[in-house]
Design a protein around this ligand. Structure first.
Ligand SMILES: Cc1ncc(COP(=O)(O)O)c(C=O)c1O
Length: 355
């Protein structure tokens, strides 16, 4: 049976990414050797890193003065690397969910870390908007897409201080005005590649300002200087990321992807709002284009498990909501075809007819 992969991450990747990576694992770039069995310092692999950096810059229109890095440790390591490198006295955080909270917790190890606003009391169903960014903080940290709760900051906000963003689950889903950010990071395992590589886009001039010593491996300057080759980088995920970026470019880049993502999300949110059995869980204006959360309406709560089984039997995979929200979550990342969303909508309609 055909499967529709709505997993929240790791998640669906373009067929081209999977196929080209398999091919390179067998035989890489005319070397006669497999991608997993060569030195990362070969000219062939260095070319992969260079091309991936170049495509990051091109597709996100990254201005001069920024470096693109590929590191290990996941986005979770960035929760501590960011304050290690940027927090001298004080940092400000917007608390929009589990991941934002985890980032804030790490920052507190390095200095004063203030929560400028939080939607925790409402189980993170909206993005706080009325807050003041403290002018005396070293940076302001946001999570642009809240994977678990299904909210998203849809615009590149104006911050009077350095803006740092965790874009793990919405990078490359829409155009971003990178110049408004000092640092953007994320794990690759949603819109880019298999797990194992973390991307960091950092404005070079922000570095080297803190007074604490930074371990070599955790200092962004090390990786800038060595072109992400200070130690052995995650070779296969970087190669896969390059394939995804080539696929994205061929489709028309982030503008085209944004249009498609809006179409997919519109289809599903429209059905959630129309269908008598379901309702959305978040403020309408903050609805994520990447992680679409919904639950059964009060009077149909007892149908929750039944719908899950019904949709699973129709090929839907990964639609169970995170335990902190319940219900359902359909992740509609770049590589999820529109056809999958249509199949889910049809399943919701058919289920409604039966009840
Ligand atoms: C927004 C966000 N930030 C951070 C993380 C953690 O990423 P990693 O597992 O790469 O540490 C996730 C994982 O799902 C996420 O969705």
């Amino acid at each position: 049976m055909k499967k529709y992969n709505f997993n929240a991450g790791p998640s669906v990747l373009p067929r081209e990414t999977v196929e080209n990576t398999i091919q390179a694992i067998e035989e890489f770039a005319g070397t006669g050797l497999g991608l997993m069995e060569i030195s990362h310092r070969t000219k062939e692999f260095e070319a992969v890193v260079d091309e991936t950096v170049a495509l990051f810059k091109e597709l996100l229109n990254i201005p001069e003065g920024y470096s693109v890095l590929f590191l290990g440790g996941g986005a979770s390591l960035q929760f501590c690397m960011v304050p290690f490198n940027l927090l001298e006295k004080k940092a400000a955080y917007l608390n929009t969910g589990t991941w934002a909270n985890k980032a804030l917790k790490e920052a507190k190890l390095f200095g004063e870390a203030v929560e400028v606003a939080s939607s925790k009391a409402a189980n993170y169903t909206y993005i706080p908007k009325d807050y003041v960014i403290p002018a005396d903080a070293d940076y302001f940290h946001i999570t642009t897409n809240n994977t678990i709760f299904g909210t998203e900051i849809h615009t590149d906000i104006d911050s009077p201080i350095t803006l740092v963003a965790d874009m793990s689950s919405d990078i490359f889903s829409r155009p971003v005005d990178v110049g408004k950010y000092g640092l953007i990071y994320g794990g690759a395992q949603k819109n880019l590649a298999p797990a194992g590589v973390t991307f960091v886009i950092v404005k070079d001039e922000l570095l080297g300002k803190v007074s604490r010593p930074i371990p070599t491996m955790l200092d962004y300057r090390t990786h800038i200087k060595e072109g992400s080759m200070f130690n052995t980088p995650p070779v296969v995920p970087i190669y896969a990321a390059l394939q995804t970026l080539k696929w994205l470019k061929a489709l028309g880049g982030v503008e085209a992807m944004y249009k498609l993502n809006k179409e997919k999300a519109d289809l599903l949110y429209t059905e959630i709002d129309r269908n008598k059995l379901f309702k959305g869980t978040t403020a309408v204006e903050d609805r994520s284009l990447m992680n679409i959360c919904f639950v059964m309406n009060e009077e149909y709560q007892d149908l929750n498990d039944e719908f899950y089984k019904f949709a699973t039997a129709k090929g839907m995979v990964g639609i169970k909501g995170h335990r902190s929200v319940g219900g359902f979550r359909a992740s509609t990342y770049n590589a999820l075809p529109k056809e999958a969303v249509i199949a889910l909508v049809e399943a919701m309609q058919e289920f409604e007819k039966q009840h």
